[in-house]
Design a binder for this molecule. Structure first.
Ligand code: ATP
Length: 204
């Protein structure tokens, strides 16, 4: 499996955010996307996930198909907003996401163990701390299995220990043949991680 971007350009409103972005990531590879605020890192992830139509170029997962629906079905998108319902408990939120995907994987209990948070399983999401919310959002990556992880500022709000643990989870995911792309301002210590740097304006 390969995630391929060819000559990608994206607009937000009338603004050209970036152009001419190309890369190829195979199974077992991870890439960090870095650059200043507003450079287009989140926009790139949204284009890759199929949420935004590129202005030019295209993205595809070779071996799967290149339609936006096929790509979306094979990607987890971890947004800074966490995508959890505040009034539901952690268990209920993770059970919802587990039922939502095509390929259920770990149970909510097992996924929470991955992020060291099994003790909050029956707590409403709204009662968690910022870092705990982020860790529950990370646990979502494990309740359904998808080979491509698109991670927008995944370690924001995490303490140093949780940051290291999450780098280990990414390393585990790619060792099992997955692909991960993280838009980040904070270094993520995954051995062999590739880099794509956006400069102010748009090019690499
Ligand atoms: N929903 C939106 N509607 C219109 N313009 C947007 C929208 N979201 C982002 N933009 C614009 O697109 C450009 C790129 O934003 P993007 O969020 O991709 O940057 P980023 O590199 O992820 O920034 P940050 O480091 O602050 O997260 C910015 O100029 C921003 O103002």
């Amino acid at each position: 499996m390969q995630l391929v971007a060819d000559g990608l350009a994206a607009r937000r409103g009338s603004e050209l955010v970036f152009e001419n972005i190309g890369f190829r990531l195979g199974s077992g590879q991870a890439m960090a996307v870095t650059g200043p605020n507003g450079a287009g890192k989140s926009t790139l992830l949204r284009v890759l996930a199929g949420f935004l139509r590129p202005h030019a170029g295209h993205a595809r997962i070779e071996g799967i198909g290149d339609g936006p629906a096929e790509i979306a079905a094979h990607c987890h998108f971890l947004s800074p907003l966490n995508a959890m319902k505040p009034a539901l408990t952690v268990r209920e939120n993770l059970a919802f996401w587990r039922g939502f995907g095509d390929t259920p994987s770990l149970t909510p209990e097992q996924a929470l163990e991955k992020v060291g948070l099994d003790h909050v399983i029956d707590v409403p999401f709204s009662d968690l701390s910022t870092g705990q919310r982020r860790r529950v959002a990370i646990a979502r990556l494990f309740v359904t299995k998808k080979p491509v992880w698109l991670l927008d500022e995944p370690t924001s709000g995490l303490d140093a220990r949780a940051e290291t643990a999450f780098a280990g989870l990414i390393a585990e995911h790619i060792a099992e043949g997955g692909i991960a792309i993280a838009a980040t301002h904070l270094p993520i210590d995954v051995p062999g991680m590739k880099r794509l740097r956006f400069t102010d304006g748009a090019d690499t």
